[in-house]
Design a protein around this ligand. Structure first.
Ligand code: G6P
Length: 543
């Protein structure tokens, strides 16, 4: 077998977004498209030569071909050992764990996360560094720079590797280990979570519904919840990963998993439900007749952390992305640990986790995670919630009600304007940025703007600065509207508006969210001139 060098030319626009390079499948199928980007990774990360690389994806359309190409490129670029999930599959958190436990120099994740799959859907590729986490900005910038100067890529012309069989093999001098995607991860969960407490809770007759949305979370959930914890067979549904996710949009939120919200509203609802996204790093938590917002989920986990074996000694600190509600800040202040506010994107938690400054972190975008890996972790989040409700012997609704009674309630909602022309999205952000300096003291919808800025972040560990991370407008009394453009879409622009109001009057805690936020919603529309600049009178997706 020969290692062949192919000539190529740079392909514009291979710039990783919030979470890796995501494009339509058809874009990735263009000649040299994947190869150029993968070669750029090897060129930007020389430490991969002679080292271990972990590889796997969420099984979406194009996963199988892409895995084979990357294996041949890894061999041709001098990788010594490749650890790959059986059939090329690994959830994102399981890959993060393997990078760490195998002491790899990095990992390549094939996924477009919560974006739809299938031939018409999206594909994606992301490089994770040796800490198991998404490459930091300086590294994604270096990879992008390599895509702009690439002239050739290296590929072995060996035959495809049989990834259906577990065990070792070799390709052009590179050792390959095909591993069970679930086994190591399941062992990790058993060390972090009180399995006995959950098993006891299940034995007492409590019921679960875990919905994998036909994505990679299925095999993990089936093994953990049914085989290891003893949940009734059939508790995990849509568990078989499909290349097109069954035509669904694998994003666990009340819009794309509305069927789960309906199920939990029914009279015979199970006690607990959860769903995960395409690569199983996102999660949505539900109880009977209640859906937990991701911001509340983070705050509740922080307040109850000591109930998890993982955090028996308490938390060093927590972090949340800037648009995530400030519910966890209140917990941190009350319990006396640090709380960091980072830009959107899991990569910004990496340094804080590595430095031991935080134990728990989360984002409004249905991401919750902790120091055991360097990705958010959907299955872990469901286990952590089960751990705490089992130990507290309370329902999800009771846990939430008690949380609000102790810390107050942050009403929270995200309004998305999808498929805008890029120019319209840019115009909204430009309009807001133009107005920022004059906003403090201005009255809008009978609220007064307290402060307004374009969020900038200086990493407390390495001093890296990230600017223009979203416009924050805070009103007197604790309400807030945040504006930013999505960094994960593949068509046009998506404007996200994050709306929040803090209530400390118990009489208000039972209010429905949208009416509770009505004034903030109206203020946001007015401040950003939304009807004029977007031509829309309301958001397309409200979660
Ligand atoms: C991905 C990242 C998250 C981030 C989210 C934001 O899921 O892994 O860390 O919160 O993207 O997406 P957006 O579309 O708002 O840029």
């Amino acid at each position: 077998m020969a290692l062949i060098t192919h000539s190529t030319v740079p392909i514009p626009n291979q710039l990783p977004g919030t979470s890796g390079l995501r494009k339509k499948v058809a874009v990735f199928q263009q000649p040299h498209y994947l190869e150029n980007f993968v070669q750029a990774i090897f060129d930007a990360v020389p430490a991969l030569r002679g080292a271990t690389l972990v590889l796997g994806g969420d099984g979406r359309f194009h996963n199988a071909q892409a895995v084979q190409t990357i294996i041949k490129m890894a061999a041709a670029n001098g990788v010594a050992r490749l650890v790959v999930g059986q059939d090329g599959l690994l959830s994102t958190p399981a890959l993060s764990h393997l990078v760490r436990s195998e002491q790899a120099a990095g990992g390549i994740v094939l996924s477009a996360s919560h974006n739809p799959g299938g031939p018409e859907g999206d594909f994606g590729i992301k490089f994770n560094a040796a800490n198991g986490g998404p490459a930091p900005e300086r590294l994604t910038a270096a990879i992008h720079a390599k895509t702009l100067e690439i002239r050739e890529y290296r590929l072995s012309d060996a035959a495809d590797v049989d990834l259906s069989r577990l065990g070792g093999t070799a390709l052009d001098g590179m050792q390959i280990e095909v591993v069970d995607p679930v086994a190591d991860y399941a062992g990790l969960m058993q060390r972090l979570i009180d399995f006995d407490a959950i098993a006891y809770w299940l034995k007492a007759g409590h019921r679960l519904r875990i919905d994998a949305l036909h994505a990679i979370g299925g095999p993990y959930a089936s093994h953990l919840f049914e085989n290891l914890l003893g949940a009734a067979p059939g508790s995990v549904v849509n568990a078989r990963p499909l290349a097109d996710f069954g035509g669904w949009h694998p994003d666990p939120n009340p819009v794309y998993a509305a069927h789960l919200v309906d199920l939990m509203a029914a009279a015979d609802a199970p006690d607990f439900a959860a769903a995960f996204d395409g690569d199983a790093d996102r999660n949505m938590i539900l109880g009977r007749a209640v859906t937990v917002t991701p911001s509340d989920s983070l705050a509740v986990l922080a307040a109850n952390a000591r109930l998890l074996p993982q955090f028996r000694d308490g938390l060093p600190g927590v972090a949340r992305s800037m648009p995530t509600s400030r519910a966890v800040d209140v917990v941190a202040a009350a319990q006396g640990f640090d709380c960091f506010e980072t830009p959107t994107g899991w990569k910004f938690f990496g340094n804080l986790l590595d430095a031991g400054r935080i134990g728990l972190c989360g984002e409004e975008s249905y991401g919750t995670g902790a120091s055991h890996v360097r990705e958010k972790d959907g299955v872990w989040a469901a286990l952590a919630w089960l751990n705490l409700i089992a130990v507290r012997r309370s329902s999800v609704a009771e846990v939430l009600a008690q949380h609000w009674a102790t810390f107050g309630r942050h009403f929270y909602s995200r309004h998305d304007y999808e498929g805008l022309a890029q120019s319209a999205g840019d115009a909204v952000m430009a309009r807001l940025r133009d107005r920022l300096a004059g906003l403090p003291g201005t009255a809008v919808q009978a609220m007064t703007v307290k402060q307004a800025d374009d969020f900038a972040y200086t990493d407390p560990v390495d001093g890296a600065v990230a600017q223009r991370q979203g416009v924050r407008i805070e009103f007197d009394g604790g309400a807030r509207a945040v504006f930013r453009l999505s960094g994960t879409g593949t068509e046009g622009a998506t404007l996200r508006i994050y709306l929040e109001r803090y209530a400390t009057d118990p009489a208000q805690y039972g209010l429905p969210t949208q009416p509770a936020l009505a004034r903030v919603i109206a203020a946001a529309a007015e401040l950003a001139d939304l009807p004029t600049l977007t031509g829309r009178s309301a958001a397309d997706v409200v979660t």
